[in-house]
Design a protein around this ligand. Structure first.
Ligand SMILES: Cc1cc2nc3c(=O)[nH]c(=O)nc-3n(C[C@H](O)[C@H](O)[C@H](O)COP(=O)(O)OP(=O)(O)OC[C@H]3O[C@@H](n4cnc5c(N)ncnc54)[C@H](O)[C@@H]3O)c2cc1C
Length: 458
């Protein structure tokens, strides 16, 4: 065997797995298709990288929902958000918690997260081969042959961390799923998760982004509410996005809904009756009350309110409302509490933040992340049928699985001890707070093929 372990894919899961292999002193190689690793990681959170969440593990698990939650539970329990943040902090990358619980690097730069990972690989001497698309993984006696155009590796174990199929330009194109199928695994068909939504109404695609800060979006199917998602709705020229919209697309895909519609509550903080009472009091109290004054009870921004009132109710923002206009107030409350924008379509998978579908979870042991069909083969990250809502859930899952797979990989398998290198201490013997680039790193001026100098913030 060339090596004990080949990790295919240098994304969030593969890089974290490589770092853990280095900490454990395993002989491992990371093989990456692109000329620089972590391209999707760099896009995360609008290049700011929402790398995890401040929620507790039980809270996170309820966000993923089953079957993902049951599968992820061992990995997340072993490497929860607090441990992830500590891991990065020990390597010089501090993180901050935003008011909504999302966690970002203090620098708000995704490249700092990537460099922290690639620096760790470099410091621990874990090689990474870039510009090297693996073309096939086949069984070779007790181990595997990993074939790429330029090189062929043999390894006792393989970890497939090749990601989902969204944003294929980042390098994740579904290769891992194809090899998994060839090696006897079942696949769940792909669907877009965390994608934008196009509405039929042209005025809901404004030339400049408009944010409606806090709405409750109900997904209706067969007359029933199938899911309710809360949070911001962001209208843009291309599609509607924002947490409540993209999470709705995940719910639609996970629930397998074909026929569905949206009802949006623009005033989730008030019940219909409370809102009616509020508006009635406003009209009774104030002189010269306008429709615009009343709409301000909702979170509807003024820039949208003009069109919304005209299209939904045939009213003008400056139209007067008198105390005797009770039916109009009732209509306004109904419209604010159950606005029904018409969905034209969900944006395609290639534009989705996550892929729903992939390697069937029952074919992989959640306690080890080893295949049940092909011993010695491990999986981590979005290549599996694992996805979560927006808010750091997906990177947390990928990092936790990448690290967790190494726990079982590093143990003996079939009576043979895998770890062949000398066990290293988890960190180089220097303070992470003050550590500068290694001499070799400075000479190279590079970070494992990322093409940039060291950037980890201190
Ligand atoms: C625009 C956008 C924003 C996002 N923002 C966030 C966010 O803020 N927070 C969050 O939690 N999640 C976010 N996500 C989701 C998150 O990025 C993914 O869930 C996560 O990156 C998955 O990690 P992974 O390691 O499984 O796969 P990837 O990160 O996709 O990595 C897979 C790697 O495998 C390599 N590879 C594929 N095939 C081969 C092959 N044949 N040979 C060699 N290498 C191969 C690819 O080049 C790639 O580098 C976002 C996604 C997108 C698209």
């Amino acid at each position: 065997m060339n090596t004990d372990l080949v990790i295919v894919g240098g994304g969030a899961a593969g890089l974290m797995a490589g770092a853990r292999a280095g900490e454990l002193g395993m002989r491992a190689v990371v093989v990456e298709r692109k000329h620089n690793p972590g391209r999707k990681l760099l896009m995360c959170g609008n290049n700011r990288c929402n790398l995890t969440s401040d929620r507790s593990v039980p809270d996170l698990l309820s966000g993923y929902g089953d079957p993902v939650a049951t599968f992820l539970s061992p990995a997340l329990t072993a490497f929860p958000p607090q441990a992830l943040r500590r891991w990065f902090a020990e390597r010089g990358l501090e993180t901050n918690v935003h008011a909504d619980g999302r966690v970002f690097p203090a620098s708000e730069r995704a490249d700092d997260v990537l460099h922290c990972l690639t620096d760790t690989l470099r410091d621990l001497g874990v090689p990474m081969v870039t510009s090297c698309p693996v073309t096939a993984i086949t069984r070779n006696g007790e181990g595997f042959t990993i074939a790429a155009d330029a090189i062929t590796l043999t390894a006792a174990r393989v970890l497939i961390a090749t990601g989902g199929v969204s944003y294929p330009k980042t390098g994740s194109v579904g290769d891992g799923q194809k090899w998994a199928k060839a090696l006897g695994h079942r696949l769940v068909p792909y669907r877009p998760g965390l994608a934008g939504v196009e509405f039929v109404e042209g005025w809901l695609a404004p030339p400049r982004d408009i944010s409606i800060p806090d709405v409750a979006l109900h997904v209706l199917s067969g007359g029933d509410v199938a899911a309710t998602l809360n949070g911001e709705m962001l209208l843009s020229r291309r599609s509607a996005r924002g947490p409540c919209v993209v999470n709705a697309t995940r719910a639609i895909a996970r629930l397998g809904l074909r026929d569905f519609s949206f009802t949006v509550d623009l005033c989730p903080q008030h019940s219909a009756e409370a809102l009616l009472a509020l508006l009635t009091a406003q009209v009774t109290k104030g002189r010269n009350t306008t429709v615009g004054d009343l709409v301000s009870a909702s979170r509807l921004p003024r820039s949208l309110a003009v069109d919304w009132l005209r299209q939904e109710m045939g009213l003008r923002l400056d139209g007067a409302v008198r105390p005797e206009d009770g039916p109009l107030l009732r209509r306004l409350v109904d419209a604010l509490k159950s606005w029904r924008p018409a969905v034209r379509r969900i944006r395609p998978l290639k534009e989705a933040m996550v892929t729903i579908g992939g390697v069937v979870l029952e074919d992989v042991d959640s306690a080890t992340l080893e295949s049940r069909c092909c011993p010695g083969l491990f999986f981590a990250g979005e290549v599996l049928d694992v996805d979560g809502p927006t808010g750091g859930y997906n990177l947390q899952a990928a990092f936790a699985m990448g690290r967790f797979a190494l726990a079982s990989l590093s143990h003996s398998f079939g009576g043979r001890v895998l770890v062949t290198g000398r066990s290293r201490s988890p960190l180089p013997k220097r303070s992470p707070k003050v550590r500068g680039p290694s001499r070799a790193g400075r000479r190279r001026g590079g970070n494992h093929g990322t093409g940039r100098g060291r950037r980890t913030r201190r």
